[in-house]
Design a protein around this ligand. Structure first.
Ligand code: SAH
Length: 364
């Protein structure tokens, strides 16, 4: 019997139970056990729907690795700590990070590697990618499953994949934006009954015009708060890297990417990647609520230049063929230039005790 497409299943569910919040829709599209995007797809490479920074160049993971070494030193070089990555994709960042970190054997000897990943398919790929690395990963489903000890945690393009809620300003106040069915049976957006929680947005945008959309990210904030509490209690640092904005502002940032093109968010559930820009003000506030300190976020371009991107590119290109050197220059541009990922992407460092580490000491 041919099974129903995810879109048809979503429609049937709305017909039976009523409209879905944007958060519920996002989580079904990304995580449905049979047809969810991360369960069935390998989106991250050049053949997929988007290319993430670690897939652009090995330099990205290597420079994150250098920051992890610096963090380990600033933490007093504990002889046991939990090295954690949230949502490792193909495992490329961690493989590059470990190759850099292996320059200091005491870091590798002290580290227990934890990969927080929900997709069984991606876990297998991550294991394969890390087959030649100096550490074997333990897979975890949630942050709460990470064993005790100080943390060094990285998350690249993880928070943007977590479900957001949207609220739209109507004549009757802020109402949750929902996905329902049109008279023709197509998926459409509408305003539902649920209201924006009080204090969810700053007063300066509460009086916005009708039709304005604001977003909240309770799933991302809950994880940031949990990590903040963990860092405050047991020490360590976390690096959150993602595209997003520094101050809460109105706007619809929900986007679908399908084969390298922006797509209608409702067109290809399960087949297109769905993400939203991360609100770094809210993410930092959540970590601070948990008890940690948040250092001022940096643009990804600044972060990479300050950790030695140009020097690393020079070393990598030395003695190589001109076309290889050209590819390295291209990667530098994509990772760090404002027209590439340099400004849209931000790096937020959160620490348990307020320690500073490269390159954040000069930014703090
Ligand atoms: N960090 C990688 C991949 C980013 S895509 C890179 O930069 O290339 C998002 C990753 O987060 C995927 O590995 C996805 O399976 C994972 N993921 C999404 N939601 C998750 C959740 N709730 N818990 C754990 N992992 C999740």
């Amino acid at each position: 019997m041919p099974s129903l497409s995810l879109k048809d299943r979503i429609k049937a569910r709305i017909a039976a139970d009523g409209p879905l919040s944007v958060a519920r829709y996002m989580s079904i599209c990304l995580a449905d056990p049979e047809a969810g995007y991360y369960m069935t797809r390998e989106p991250f490479g050049t053949g997929g729907d988007f290319v993430t920074a670690p897939e652009v160049s090995q330099m990205f993971g290597e420079l994150i690795g250098a920051s992890c070494l610096s963090a380990h030193e600033a933490m007093g070089a504990p002889d046991r700590f939990q090295l954690v990555e949230l949502g490792p994709g193909r495992g490329t960042l961690m493989a590059d990070l470990l190759r850099m970190a292996a320059l200091r054997p005491s870091f590798i000897e002290a580290a227990c590697l934890n990969l927080v990943e929900t997709s069984p398919r991606l876990r297998k790929i991550q294991e394969e990618t890390l087959a030649g690395s100096p550490l074997r990963p333990e897979f975890r489903t949630r942050v709460a499953d990470i064993p005790d000890g100080p943390l060094i945690l990285v998350a690249n393009e993880f928070f943007d994949a977590l479900p957001i809620h949207q609220f739209v300003k109507t004549a009757d106040g802020w109402r949750e934006r929902e996905i329902g069915l049109s008279a023709d049976g197509d998926l459409i957006f509408g305003a539902g009954a649920a209201r924006l929680p009080e204090d969810a947005i700053p007063a300066r945008i509460a009086g916005s015009a009708e039709g304005t959309i604001v977003e909240t990210q309770p799933a991302a904030n809950a994880i940031a708060e949990e990590i903040g509490a963990r860092l405050a209690a047991q020490g360590g640092v976390a690096l959150f890297i993602d595209y997003g904005y520094l101050k809460t502002a109105p706007g619809d940032t929900l986007q679908a990417l399908y084969r390298h093109r922006f797509d209608d968010v409702l067109a290809h559930p399960g087949d297109a990647d769905l993400t939203a820009h991360v609100n770094f003000e809210a993410l930092a506030a959540a970590a601070v609520r948990g008890g940690a300190k948040a250092l001022p976020p940096m643009a990804q371009g600044d972060f990479l230049l300050r950790t030695g991107l140009l020097e690393r590119a020079g070393a990598l290109g030395a003695g190589k063929a001109p076309e290889d050197q050209e590819a390295i220059r291209d990667a530098v541009e994509r990772l760090a230039a404002p027209a590439g990922m340099g400004e849209l992407f931000k790096v937020l460092a959160v620490t348990g005790t307020g320690i500073s580490f490269l390159p954040f000491d000069s930014a703090a």
